[in-house]
Design a protein around this ligand. Structure first.
Ligand code: CTP
Ligand code: CA
Length: 224
């Protein structure tokens, strides 16, 4: 909307955004992680700041630069990400975009694990990581608007709806991340917005455009 260009509907509002993967150490040189460039999360943090919000971005390890106009906190693991996020509560807005590793290694080794030639390694013992979105969605200091993502390779709508419910979110941005879509690591995204109001399908857009539209939607749905 040209008349509203430069409008700052989120002036005086606070937001927390997570982005990127987390890295869960196996030993000092190895880790478990999800694929994530951080592009979509970083773009959302920048788009909220552009609308006037005071934004803290909690980012896992990524190679892209910190967005301008945003306070970025760098973390490595899911546990560190959870701590950095809860330290910011309450905020008006939370958008959890990070591709958090679902599991961590129970006791990561202090020293590099050496290969034993010709022998299979000992199996890794894994434990479930804390669910950051779910924690925020059910928190005593819950933000006014809690938004999550749902990265799916099948049954995008059904899985997205289930996540909306389970995580206590107001909105889920669901997308198909099958390899053939090129979403992972790419510049474009095609998402469905799932909320109690129903499902809204957005066209194929640049990740920056998805971020801009989502920031505008957040501004329109944010309670006073
Ligand atoms: N999420 C999170 N903390 C976790 C796992 C996920 O905050 N430990 C958030 C993601 O940032 C995203 C949403 O939850 O906003 C959905 O993540 P996703 O990986 O799609 O869902 P999971 O609940 O982990 O389920 P699964 O991976 O089995 O589909
Ligand atoms: Ca997951």
């Amino acid at each position: 909307d040209l008349l509203n260009a430069g409008a700052k509907p989120l002036e005086g509002r606070t937001a927390i955004v997570t982005s990127g993967p987390t890295h869960e150490p196996i030993d000092p040189v190895r880790y478990i992680a999800n694929r994530s460039s951080g592009r979509q999360g970083h773009a959302i943090a920048a788009a909220l700041a552009k609308l006037g919000a005071k934004v803290t971005l909690v980012s896992g390890p990524v190679t892209i630069p910190d967005p301008a106009g945003v306070t970025t906190v760098h973390v490595e693991t899911a546990s560190e990400m959870l701590e950095a996020v809860t330290a910011q509560l309450p905020t008006d807005i939370a958008v959890m975009v990070a591709a958090v590793a679902d599991w961590r290694v129970v006791s990561s080794a202090d020293q590099k694990i050496k290969k034993q030639p010709g022998e299979a390694p000992a199996p890794l013992q894994l434990a479930e990581n804390p669910d950051i979105l779910k924690t925020v969605g059910h928190h005593a200091r819950r933000p006014k608007l809690v938004i999550g993502f749902a990265a799916e390779t099948q049954n995008v709508e059904a899985n997205g709806r289930a996540k909306l419910e389970r995580k206590g979110a107001d909105m889920i941005v669901a997308n198909d991340v099958s390899p053939e879509t090129g979403v992972m690591g790419g510049n474009r995204n095609r998402v469905k917005i799932i909320s109690a109001k129903g499902i809204d399908e957005w066209p194929d857009l640049a990740k920056d455009e998805v971020a801009g539209r989502l920031a505008a939607l957040i501004a329109s749905r944010l309670p006073n």
